[in-house]
Design a protein. Structure first.
Length: 237
């Protein structure tokens, strides 16, 4: 029993002697402080774009004081007709200046309007009775015009287009019916009316006597004017 206690005492003493080093430079210094691991904003590996759980990206509030962009007036084209023959397509358009022109559309490629006055407008599609035109960003299509078949469509990144449809025109007014033909002339009835008018005249002038002035009865300085209704005196000029 004594031998066992002696062996354990020697082992314990030897372990304490190894832990105590007379020449250890850090002997007698306090232990280093504990370091709390904190996020420094830098990450590595595949998760470099992800934020740790305590950090949440905040949405940027819009600047309400910023004035809205002023757009140029909307300028509209009107569709007058389309032509599709094989792969050849064309649209008959009326420009904003009321001038009519033909715009060709080949190979389904975004085609600029050929007029120099309307740069920034592109023909995107031609179908039977319908075409699509892209408007410039500074003068977008904002208001539909049903009367002329213009319908605005919003795309991405501020791009707008207009779909132009052929509008149904009003029916033409029917021509006025010809005036009713006049009845044929009845000569016998006309002769009868003339005779009645003549008889009426005869009755009126039945008691009429034509005045006759003889030459010897003409006073000096006067002369006679003879008419079917009678003679009269007028002064000589």
């Amino acid at each position: 029993m004594r031998s066992i206690i002696t062996i354990l005492t020697i082992i314990f003493f030897a372990s304490n002697v190894q832990a105590f080093d007379l020449f250890n430079p850090d002997r007698g210094k306090p232990p280093p402080p504990k370091v709390n691991k904190q996020f420094t904003g830098a990450t590595t590996g595949s998760n470099s774009k992800k934020l740790p759980t305590p950090f949440i990206a905040k949405a940027i509030k819009p600047n309400l004081n910023k004035k809205p962009k002023k757009f140029l007036p909307q300028r509209n084209f009107y569709l007058k007709g389309t032509s599709i023959i094989g792969d050849k397509r064309a649209a008959i358009l009326v420009a904003p200046d009321k001038k009519e022109f033909i715009q060709y559309f080949k190979n389904n490629i975004r085609t600029p309007i050929k007029s120099e006055k309307f740069k920034g407008y592109f023909l995107l599609n031609v179908e039977a009775r319908e075409v699509e035109i892209e408007y410039p960003i500074e003068a977008p299509c904002r208001k539909d015009i049903e009367k002329y078949g213009v319908k605005c469509v919003e795309k991405n990144d501020g791009v707008t287009t207009a779909k132009l449809n052929l509008t149904q025109r009003k029916a033409l007014k029917a021509p006025k019916p010809p005036a009713s033909p006049k009845p044929p002339i009845n000569k016998a009835e006309i002769d009868k009316k003339r005779k009645k008018a003549l008889e009426k005249r005869k009755k009126i002038y039945k008691n009429f006597k034509r005045k006759v002035i003889k030459d010897e009865d003409v006073p000096p300085g006067m002369r006679v004017v003879r008419t079917p209704f009678g003679d009269r005196l007028v002064p000589i000029k």
